[in-house]
Write a protein that binds this ligand. Structure first.
Ligand SMILES: [Zn+2]
Length: 254
């Protein structure tokens, strides 16, 4: 399967190179035809399927980038102690999102990809396995130790998968973390933010769910990282400039 795709894409690139970009319209059509040979799923920014090409096993899944602003993802400044490590959104405008969606609906896939507003998800088998592991935190909060630590999954450049958990932390103090390996040697990095909660003087304390600023700053060599918010069962996909996509976990693993 994979070899056929590489071959088809190589042919497409040769065709484009040989024509010296003289006939862009025609080349786009050829590329689109070859892309159609791959089974690709396109999802909107909430994780709902817009189009699926091909009929076989899904090879690639793309989602449209989020339109959620930093305020919408992280809440107002000074809302809680997580502010010191507040991240940011790398969102697109609702109009940009509509344009990409329209292109996909019209099967103009090359045009949709050219906008740079599609995010490719990790392979499905990995997404499912990642979710199974982070569910060591059952998402029900409280002070049990399993729900007050982070779970991390990394795959290195040799394809070796590592799963490990960080230290147990107190939701009223924050500071949950996992010791990541050298990002330069990784091709994937996912970790969870704990669902743990603790009520002090009537106020419920919890961990920040979206990627922290340190998470975003650390991801550069992996390019795309994933945070599973176990408290809100939400998946955040992020790059060096901030959060790119926000999906309900059940949409992320399909
Ligand atoms: Zn984190």
């Amino acid at each position: 399967m994979r070899r056929q795709h590489s071959f088809a894409l190589a042919i497409a690139m040769l065709v484009i190179a040989a024509s010296g970009f003289r006939n862009n319209e025609k080349n786009l059509q050829i590329t689109e035809h070859l892309l159609l040979m791959e089974d690709t799923v396109y999802k909107d920014r909430n994780g709902n399927v817009i189009r699926q090409t091909g009929n076989g096993i899904v090879e690639k899944v793309f989602v449209i980038r989020t339109t959620m602003t930093t305020l919408e993802i992280y809440g107002p400044v000074n809302q809680d102690r997580q502010d010191s490590d507040r991240g940011m959104s790398d969102s697109i405008s609702p109009r940009q999102a509509r344009l990409v969606k329209r292109a996909i609906k019209k099967r103009k896939y090359s045009q949709a990809h050219a906008t740079g507003n599609l995010v490719e998800l990790y392979p499905l088998s990995e997404r499912k396995a990642d979710y199974e592991y982070v569910k060591n935190d059952n998402g029900l909060g409280d002070t049990i130790k399993e729900n007050n630590r982070e779970y991390c999954i990394e795959i290195d450049t040799l394809g070796i998968r590592n799963e490990f958990a960080g230290p147990v932390k107190d939701p009223s103090k924050g500071g949950a973390y996992v010791d990541t390996k050298n990002m330069r040697n990784l091709i994937r990095h996912s970790h969870s933010h704990p669902s743990g909660t603790k009520t002090i003087s009537g106020k419920e304390c919890s961990f920040g769910q979206p990627p922290s600023l340190s998470d975003i700053k650390a991801i550069s060599s992996v390019k795309i990282g994933v945070v599973f918010g176990r408290g809100n069962d939400t998946v955040y996909i992020y790059g060096v400039k901030g959060v790119l996509a926000v999906l309900p976990a059940n949409k992320y693993i399909e």
